[in-house]
Design a protein around this ligand. Sequence first.
Ligand code: PRT
Ligand code: ZN
Length: 288
Amino acid sequence: MNNPSLLRIAVQKSGRLYEDSVHLLKECGIDLRNVKDRLRTVSENFPIEVFFLRDDDIPEYVEDGVADIGIVGQNVLGEKDRKVNTIEQLGFGKCRLSIAIPKAMPYAGVASLQGMRIATSYPVLVGDFLKRNNITASIHEISGSVEIAPGIGLSDIVADLVSSGGTLFMNGLKEVETILDSQAVLIASNSLDVERKIILEKLLFRIRAVKKANKSKYILLNAPNDKLPQILALLPGMRSPTVLPLAESGWSSVHTVLNEQEFWEKIEKLKEVGAEGILVIPIEKLVL
Ligand code: PRT
Ligand code: ZN
C-alpha cells in the first residue's frame, strides 16, 4: 500500500530538466537530501516523495497513477498523448520542435517538404504537422543524433528540438518551420484523492510564489521630493510604492516591486526624471 499522505512527483533522473526541477522544489522550501544517485527520496519537511525517471516515461507513470504529478517537457507530453492534466507552465526547459533543412536547399514554404525523408525522434508531432499542412513525406524515427541524419544520407531533412540553434548551425542545417514551442510543465493524474489534492494545492501555491518572485525585482531609490510625482507615476507597486523620508531634508526613499519585462525601460525613465542611487534586489518569494 502506498502511503496516502505523500504526494508522489516524477522528475527527470538526469538530463536537461533535472537541475531546474530539483531547484524548483528546493526553492519551494522542500528539503531533498541525497538526491544524487537515488531513484526515489522522501522530503523531510513536506509530504512529498520524488521519483527520478527517464523523461519519456513520466507521462505514462502519471496517467497510470504510479506517480501523482510530474515535471516534463511539452514536447514529450505532445508526443506521448497520455491522459493527464497540465496544471502549470514552469518557465524552464524552453525549446522548440522545428523542421530544419540543409543550408543550400531552396525553401518556398511548407509545400517544399512534399516527398521529403524526415529524420526525427518525434514521429507523432511531426506526422500531425504534415497532416495539418496536407504534406506527404516519409518519417524516419531515430532516437538521437538526429541532426547528422542528412549528412550521412539517412534523410533529406530533420525535425528536432532547438534552443540556441548552435547544433543545427554546426551541422549545416537551417530552421524553416516551428512545429511546437515547448517548456517544462507540471502534469497531474486525473484521479488524485482529496488528501493529495490538498498537498498539490500547497505545492502549487509555493511554485506560483517562486515564479512571481523570479519575474520581479525589489527596487529602492532616492528621489528629490519635487520629482516624486513623476517618479511615482512610473511605478506600479503591488498596492502603491512605499515612500519614506530620508535623513537629508527634501529627499525621499522609494521602494517598490518591478516586473522583469519592464525593468530596464523603467530604470532608464526613473533616472531621466531624477531618481538616484537605484538599488535592485532579487526577491526570494512573492505572495500576493
Ligand atoms: O534520459 P532522458 O530520456 O530522461 O533524457 P533525454 O536525453 O530524452 O532528454 P534531455 O535531457 O536531452 O532533454 C530533456 C528535455 O529538455 C527535452 O524533452 C526538452 O523538453 C528540453 N530541452 C530544452 C531540450 C533542449 N532544450 C535541447 N536543446 N532537449 C534537447 N535539446 C537538444 C536537441 O535535441 C539538440 O540536440 O539540444 C540540441 C539543440 O540545442 P541547441 O542549443 O544547439 O539548439
Ligand atoms: Zn528522453
